[in-house]
Ligand binder design. Structure first.
Ligand code: NDP
Length: 242
């Protein structure tokens, strides 16, 4: 891998869509910085990908953690060409005070985490001829339903913020929002409301697409000629109606 190879920073790279995206971008010749809290999972992936990958334990809810990660990326790779804001949690359930900690966590990870990672990595992303910002939203960023109110709020927030950034940062940074429907990952494992967890797992199990399907779309978007941008990509399993 050349020191001239482009560099992608991926948050939430320890599982699911982030892990698959790291594999897809590494296969396309990117050097990849893998950020998440589970350092053992990141290191196993970095070992698999070889010298082109750097595992960095980082929590997107802590700005100091992201600043330290950005310093390591700069020291190791010297540039940033792609930032994938993928880290997320989906703690569904009927709206109630019992889930107030879940609500705060979703806002801090899904929305504030993406905003903070972007402001921390923006300068290197803009440098060296510009870069790509990929924000992972959701079908829930376009439609709200009972039990997903705060999760949907974080993804609607991602969509609105991304559209503003798209206008502000062009032509240096291309901004792409990806809105997946059901994808088979660990996302539902963390739902704390038992009945909602069971129903969501049953729904996802029946029709989910694979994290590799979304990773391929991300790899496609960032490898388009710089004269064009895929601004918004909605991708549902074929059998998902809503
Ligand atoms: P996973 O649970 O497999 O992945 C979530 C990732 O986020 C993990 O790598 C996790 O790493 C990371 N993460 C969570 N909290 C933090 C934190 N505080 N700091 C850093 N990293 C964190 O689920 P998916 O791959 O499905 O989710 C990825 C994204 O895709 C999310 O934004 C999700 O909302 C979105 N999405 C998923 C869909 C689906 O059906 N699966 C549909 C639509 C959108 P760790 O725990 O090691 O920190």
């Amino acid at each position: 891998m050349s020191t001239e190879s482009p560099v992608a920073v991926i948050t939430g790279a320890s599982s699911g869509i982030g892990e698959a995206t790291a594999r897809a971008l590494a296969a396309d010749g990117y050097r990849v910085a893998l950020l998440a809290r589970r350092a053992d999972r990141l290191q196993a992936l970095a070992d698999e990908l070889g010298g082109a990958a750097l595992a960095i334990e980082a929590d997107v809810t802590r700005r100091d953690s992201l600043v330290a990660a950005a310093e390591r990326v700069q020291d190791t790779f010297g540039r940033v060409d792609v930032l994938v804001n993928n880290a997320g949690v989906m703690l569904l359930g009927p709206f109630s005070s019992e889930q107030r900690a879940d609500y705060r966590q979703m806002i801090e990870v899904n929305l504030l985490g993406a905003i903070t990672a972007t402001e921390v990595f923006l300068e290197p992303l803009r440098a060296d001829g510009g870069g790509d910002l990929i924000n992972i939203s959701s079908v829930a960023g376009r439609t709200a339903r009972p039990t997903n109110g705060v999760y949907a709020a974080t993804k609607w927030g991602i969509n609105g913020w991304s559209e503003s950034l798209r206008q502000e940062l062009q032509p240096d940074v291309r901004v792409t929002v990806i809105e997946p429907g059901a994808v088979g990952t660990e996302l539902t494992d963390h739902i704390t409301h038992a009945a909602t967890k069971e129903a969501t797992e049953a729904f996802v199990k029946d029709l989910a697409i694979r994290p590799e399907d979304v990773a391929e779309i991300i790899a496609f978007a960032v490898t388009r000629p710089r004269r064009m941008t895929l601004n918004e990509i909605l991708v549902r399993p074929t059998a998902q109606a809503g």
